[in-house]
Design a protein around this ligand. Structure first.
Ligand code: PEP
Ligand code: MG
Length: 555
């Protein structure tokens, strides 16, 4: 139950504001009862295998309709429904008297436990399995699968959280905003919303009380949902939304604060296609070119010529502008079969990033050669950096090889607390650093960034993370060298201001986030950003840090 004018709070994603009516996503299906079947085993097996096959076809059809990355995700889910081991597991349960729905439920649960035991990336896929299981069971029971409700008119989607199969096909003309009761700022839903520029509020626990048809204002900028607002409040909100939109549209130039202090606003890209989106969003260049995304499917290291062509396609989009290329960050969530060791128990703590590259120095040298050749033939200003640097010695080795191979600007990523603490020594060697807040947060809290059960710890607003960033900012000031941010934190407009206050000189983010960040930083002077940073640093946790920063906004 909700009351007129009640305000529900959560974590806002983006700066959008939308007024609309709620449609709730149905809750998950109840667990099928453990009753003994009254049908024959053959009948039950037919029900199970038919539902599994139909679910696989449905997922594939949705994938074909969506295309791109969504197709890959949905095809992978279809493979799970098609898995012959899963069907034979369900069959043996049916042979022992289980109903089709119970047999499928238990077979998926067994599959999921195996993935969870494998840890890391595999464990994250276990969540997707639950979604596939629900779809199959709904089919067996002849009820509609829990999923995004169908509607011809626009609505605000309220859900516990969204599964990849739900988000892949969201129609953004109909779904105007997302509200989730679970999930944090780095959940799948938040990342999708940021990518698509869709207003969202995640982790809004009290949104459980919202019902279909409730009119709400979703103000992502303030992290607030106003329930049954008065006409006057709606009018105020819409006027506010319009002025924010105008501020966004008028802010197309380079990143500049209210006092004229410049902060480069760059884009994160993984291909020539996303580089084009970065140009459209008026990025001042690229702050993170994730090269490993180009070679995820490769069985062997790509040849120098192949790499050179891929890099040139991105460089050519940024004549006269900076492109920061990251050498292959293989391992953990981004395994490359030609670089990643099999069988590590904790791949995120194993030989990933620079560790894998130094163990295969020929691959590192080939990549740097390709980058250097592509850079020489292009008008872009190419900088190169290494991921997962943990020590000063790794920095020395990497920068040394770069210099040998004709790379003019060689830097490192700060993603591990040790390198944040040693940033001054690192910056005495490297030409620049770029802070990867996704990994820095994961390693600060020892919390797997892919694991939903510890997602609450994956929050870069945490003063623990911000204090580490402060160390790096100070080191940048002392050595007069650039300090960038290229993790998700840079895409959070208010956090971006805090980061500038901590000494960061450039921000790199998904292209869709650029307009909001550009508009937000233009509202503050550098000294106000520093004041904001000081306030936030003295808080105890991420929630208090957000409150301390937001209090400044409402003053
Ligand atoms: C990061 O860790 O913040 C980062 C930018 O690198 P990736 O997300 O690719 O690991
Ligand atoms: Mg990283």
């Amino acid at each position: 139950m909700t009351n007129n004018g009640e305000v529900i709070t959560g974590i806002g994603v983006g700066r959008g504001l939308v007024v609309g009516d709620v449609r709730r996503m149905p809750d998950p299906l109840p667990e099928p009862a453990k009753t003994t079947s009254s049908r024959t085993a053959d009948e039950e097996l037919h029900r199970a295998s038919k539902a599994l096959g139909e679910t696989a076809s449905d997922l594939r059809a949705r994938g074909a309709q969506a295309g791109g990355l969504a197709k890959e995700v949905l095809d992978a889910l279809a493979l799970m429904a098609d898995d012959s081991m899963l069907l034979s597991d369900a069959k043996s349960r049916i042979d022992s008297g289980a109903t089709a729905e119970r047999a499928v439920f238990d077979a998926f649960a067994g599959f999921s436990a195996t993935l969870e035991a494998a840890g890391g990336y595999m464990a994250e896929r276990a969540g997707d399995l639950g979604d596939v299981a629900n779809r199959v069971i709904a089919r067996i029971m002849g009820v509609s699968a829990p999923g995004v409700p169908h509607s011809e008119t626009p609505f605000i989607l309220v859900a516990r959280d969204l599964a990849p199969a739900d988000t892949a096909l969201l129609d953004f003309d109909i779904v105007r905003a997302l509200v989730t009761t679970d999930g944090g700022p780095t959940s799948h839903t938040a990342i999708l919303a940021r990518e698509k520029g869709l207003p969202a509020i995640v982790g809004a626990t009290s949104a459980n009380g919202l019902a279909d048809g409730d009119t709400v204002i979703v103000d992502a900028g303030r992290g607030e949902i106003v329930v049954h607002p008065t006409a006057a409040r709606i009018a105020d909100a819409l006027a506010d939304a319009q002025s924010r939109q105008m501020a966004r549209e008028s802010a197309t130039g380079p990143g500049r604060m209210a006092d004229g202090h410049e902060v480069q606003l760059l884009a994160n890209v993984g291909s020539a296609k996303s580089a084009a989106a970065a140009v459209d969003a008026h990025a001042e260049g690229v702050g993170l070119f994730r090269t490993e995304f180009l070679f995820l499917e490769n069985d062997s290291a790509p040849a120098v010529e192949v790499q050179r062509a891929e890099y040139a396609a991105v460089f050519d989009k940024f004549p006269g502008q900076k492109v920061v290329v990251r050498v292959l960050d293989a391992g953990a969530d981004k395994p490359l079969s030609f670089l990643t060791d099999d069988g590590e128990e904790n791949p995120a703590l194993g030989r990933r990033g620079i560790r894998a590259l130094l163990a295969h120095e020929n691959i590192l040298r080939a990549q740097l050669t390709a980058i250097s050749q592509a850079a020489a033939a292009s008008l872009a200003e190419v900088w190169v950096m290494a991921p997962m640097i943990a020590t000063v010695e790794e920095t020395e080795i990497f920068v040394g090889i770069c210099r040998e191979l004709g790379i003019h600007k060689a830097g490192v990523m700060i993603e591990v607390p040790s390198s944040a603490i040693l940033a001054k020594h690192i910056l005495e060697i490297a030409d620049f650093v770029s802070i990867g807040t996704n990994d820095l947060t994961q390693y600060t809290f020892a919390a797997d960034r892919l694991l939903g059960s510890v997602a609450n710890l994956q929050d870069a607003w945490s003063p623990a993370v911000l204090r580490l960033i402060r160390e790096v900012g100070l080191a940048g000031e002392l050595t007069a060298k650039p300090v960038g941010i290229c993790g998700e934190a840079a895409a959070d407009p208010l956090l971006a201001v805090v980061l500038i206050g901590l000494g960061v000189t450039s921000l790199s983010m998904s292209p869709t986030a650029l307009a909001d960040v550009r508009a937000e930083i233009s509202r503050f002077t550098l000294s106000e950003a520093r004041e904001l940073a000081e306030r936030v640093l003295s808080t105890r946790n991420a929630a208090d840090a957000r409150i301390a920063a937001s209090a400044v906004l409402t003053q």
